[in-house]
Design a protein around this ligand. Structure first.
Ligand code: FES
Length: 215
């Protein structure tokens, strides 16, 4: 009997019998709770737990990133990187040696345009703040008031690391430094008080003398 051929009419009869026994539930209709198998309930619970886990992890990570950014955001920056007080214009005698400012990491000089020697001001007139960091490899550049170069012994900036040499206005004349000393922005209020913006640094160039602020 198992090998007897099945006629098309028998097949159709089976199909209609099976169709009539199926419970048809519309897509929009919720399945009665009694018809939801324990396996389905397990799967949806697992999905819910998984979604909660990843959601919670995402919120935690976002919160951590937010806290980190908040921590790193600069507020009221003081010292190097922000505004640094540099005394009063009366403190700087025109033509005198540059004065170091360790908080702001710069040299300040009141340059005299009449100082026309080789290592002089290059015609600069007024206050110039030079970042003390050598543009070559970052060594601290000192002002050496008795250093002699090319027969001029009245003072130069001279880097102790590889010998880069700069005039009083920070213009490079010798050594491996790729440019002149960098300058910082200077602000002077109506009472002559000076603030150097140590975060506003301009790469040094042959135009350093033109950056001096007349006082
Ligand atoms: S670091 Fe100043 S010359 Fe090299």
């Amino acid at each position: 009997m198992a090998n007897e051929p099945v006629s098309p009419s028998q097949t159709d009869a089976w199909k209609s019998a099976l169709a009539s026994r199926r419970t048809q539930v519309a897509d929009t209709e919720a399945l009665p709770a009694a018809l939801v198998s324990p396996l389905d309930r397990d799967v949806s619970r697992r999905n819910f737990i998984r979604a909660s886990f990843w959601g919670g992890l995402g919120v935690t990570l976002l919160g951590s990133v937010g806290l980190l950014l908040d921590f790193l955001y600069p507020r009221n920056v003081r010292g190097f990187g922000g505004p640094v007080p540099a005394g009063n214009v009366a403190d700087y005698v025109k033509g005198a040696d540059p004065v170091p400012n360790s908080e702001g990491q710069f040299w300040m000089a009141n340059l005299d345009p009449a100082e026309s020697r080789l290592g002089g001001t290059g015609g600069a007139d007024g206050l110039l703040a030079l970042w003390r960091k050598c543009p070559h490899l970052g060594c601290t550049v000192p002002w050496r008031s008795t250093f002699s170069y090319e027969g001029d012994s009245e003072g130069w900036y001279r880097c102790p690391c590889h010998g880069s040499t700069y005039t009083k206005s920070g213009v490079r004349v010798f050594g491996p430094a790729p440019r002149s000393m960098d300058t910082m922005a200077i602000e002077i209020d109506s009472a002559g008080n000076i603030t150097v913006q140590t975060g506003a640094i301009t790469p040094g160039g042959p135009d350093n003398p033109e950056r001096a602020v007349p006082v």
